[in-house]
Ligand binder design. Sequence first.
Ligand SMILES: Cc1ncc(COP(=O)(O)O)c(C=O)c1O
Length: 426
Amino acid sequence: MLARMIQRRDFFRLMTAAGLFPLMRTTTNAPPAPAKDDPQNWRWVRAQFEIPADETYFNTGTLGARPRQVTQAVANHLREIEQTIAHFDYKPDHPEYIAGYGKQDELRMKLAALFNAKAREIALTQNATMGTNFIANGLDLRPGDEVLMTDQEHVGNKGPWELREKREGIVLRKLTIGTPPSDPETVVRVFTDAITARTRAIDVPHITSKLGIVMPVAQICATARPRNIFTLVDGAQAIGHVHIDVKSIGCDAYTTSPHKWLLAPVGNGLLYVAEDQLRDVWATLASANWNNYNPADGAFRLMQFGTANLSLLVGLGAAVDFYNAIGAQRVEQRIVELSNRLRNGLKTIDRAHIDSPTHPAMTCGIATWGIEGVSGTRLMDELWSRRKIRVRSVDEKSVRQSSHYYNTPEEIDATLEIARALTRNA
Ligand SMILES: Cc1ncc(COP(=O)(O)O)c(C=O)c1O
């Protein structure tokens, strides 16, 4: 018996050393020197990514690149599980080997701090789409009840509501906000004017997918709250990109995809539901705790998806550590600097057009732009073939360029140089 206990103790020491126990305490090595105010620091940060030095990645809006520390955390965890799987005895003091059943309190606490939320207000999902589905299907709505959104939603944010519209007769109203809108006040007015006695929910993006419009989400939620209208913010493009404070936004729910700007492994998502609104959201993906209304467990009811990959959660924790080590403010500042450099440069090129907003309160790291006479696909391909710069073509005339902290001023300048050359030859 004692031998068995000692064995157990050794086993746990081993696991702790390996960063496996407690699993959610797994951390990466925080980025060391050079110091943050040393200009070399950003070079060091860039070197933590596996993208070859001669390739430039500007498509974080689709999928972020992951620092090596995150990939290693996932790989190490996967391997350790394989090596020690026979030790997994399901007893309470054994580390978990699977996600989908446990509460993951420590990780939820770490994530909640990114939003100014409480751990119990966070559900771990798989992406933003899953979070929107939980809200769209979890609210009690009757035929004829209205849901307002913009005319520029990502499919993952409108699909869940469209399904319910077709199946149950709710009414979706997609409001025209402008491409791009001129200013935040106009957008708020569009929403305020559209509210009727039948409006039950508003679902708006924090940052739109195609043009990167930063929406006046706090003002829209402030309009909705006194009228008892449920508000969901689609923050797929926001986490790790702009500051998020769900309490000052005042939304009832917030869904996001950390595999984009937070640079977490694909397969992770977060759904925030304000404590005072949780009772109004049914679980629509059910397992053991679908009916758990214990306030202390909160949104755990909305993470009942059965066996899932715990290593991805370890990677999510590592991504938050990496982000925190760099510093949220520095990240945001760097993104603004790079994106402004791009916009300012484009403004000096005669036949270049910027489709993204120009109002300073509505701009972010996403700039959608093009060159008259050059198709979006051609522009994308020219950037790649001339200088291995990856942007994403979004339509006939434009590309979307997402500047993140791992990009450099030189990469922006190289983009502009090619844009200028194309203007001359187009
Ligand atoms: C604004 C917005 N909402 C929702 C989504 C869907 O994200 P996911 O596929 O990670 O659920 C995206 C993806 O690009 C997006 O840009």
